[in-house]
Design a protein around this ligand. Structure first.
Ligand code: SF4
Ligand SMILES: [Zn+2]
Length: 303
């Protein structure tokens, strides 16, 4: 459920609130050149509030403004039992309601296993989940001839990601931040983040005040993640000192080279997808998973 302050804000002037949101999204699109005329844009649609807002707002901009671009959606089913089914249902409902084509891909069909089956081989399920989801989203978008892949990353997500990279001393990831990625490989579809300036609280408020069908449950693996701990920490900081999250974002924007990655990509020798090494992370992890599954099976048979 949403926190009390969001339920209270349900009674705001919805029309003005929606307009303000749209204004912020248009500002990011215009200031950073997120979308060009005739682009084919795919929304990575999980069915959660952020991706659903991204779909609705891009659809509205597409219909009402001079922007002339095509819109579709891609949903990835990671295979998280008791959780992802509802997200997919919401993704289907929203795409259908807006008349946007939805393409669904699943880990099970594409890679031969579900996240539930392989989570135990990793310290946190979020590691394989992130790697496989990004891979399937990019591959599907590329195969569909998509020019930009729009994700539902909001201001909170971006600040959390920055701090996670700091915490891991992973400076290579700084280039992944910012509302738009440059194309760094012919098979790598550039990502855009139309909600870059929208705080998560406002996304929740939008969903409630407009009574949109969104998937609200938290992933059963979320408690394992560093992101979830950082999120709680940032929320308490923001409560004490409003504006902290936006200040973080402004600081990073001014001081880091965002949106530009100095990484050279090749094609994976196994699957042909973009990779920073001769074998991509997905093929490497899939091999590891196959071995682990085989060992598990042998263990069971020997008991
Ligand atoms: S919380 Fe982790 S496991 Fe769950 S959907 Fe997000 S990345 Fe995947
Ligand atoms: Zn590969």
């Amino acid at each position: 459920m949403f926190p009390d302050h969001i339920i209270f804000m349900k009674h705001l002037d919805r029309h003005n609130f929606n307009q303000e949101l749209e204004k912020k999204v248009k500002k990011v699109i215009n200031d950073h050149g997120l979308i060009n005329d005739h682009d084919k844009v795919a929304v990575a649609l999980s069915g959660g509030k952020d991706s659903v807002l991204t779909l609705h707002i891009l659809n509205k901009i597409r219909k009402e403004s001079d922007f002339n671009f095509k819109l579709l959606a891609i949903a990835v089913d990671e295979g998280i039992h008791g959780y992802r089914e509802d997200g997919i249902r919401s993704a289907r409902n929203n795409s259908y309601k807006l008349g946007v084509d939805l393409y669904e891909v699943s880990l099970k069909n594409e890679l031969g296993f579900t996240l539930d089956q392989v989570a135990k081989f990793y310290q946190t399920a979020c590691v394989p989940c992130g790697v496989f989801r990004r891979y399937l989203l990019n591959r599907t978008a590329y195969e569909l001839g998509v020019d930009k892949l729009a994700t539902g990353h909001n201001l909170d997500d971006e600040v959390q990601s920055f701090l996670m990279s700091f915490a891991r001393a992973d400076v290579r990831r700084f280039g992944k931040f910012g509302p738009k990625q440059e194309r760094i490989h012919p098979k790598m579809v550039p990502r855009i983040k139309p909600l870059w300036l929208i705080p998560e609280k406002e996304v929740g408020l939008w969903a409630v005040s407009n009574e949109v069908d969104v998937h609200l449950a938290e992933c059963p693996y979320a408690y394992q993640s560093l992101r979830s701990r950082l999120k709680n920490y940032l929320n308490s900081l923001e409560e004490e000192r409003p504006g902290t999250k936006l200040n973080f974002l402004k600081f990073f924007q001014k001081n880091l080279k965002i949106g530009k990655r100095d990484v050279k990509l090749y094609e994976c020798q196994i699957c042909g997808q973009p990779s920073s090494a001769s074998t991509c992370k997905v093929c490497e992890m899939s091999e590891h998973i196959k071995q682990e599954m085989k060992l598990n099976k042998e263990d069971r048979e020997n008991k």
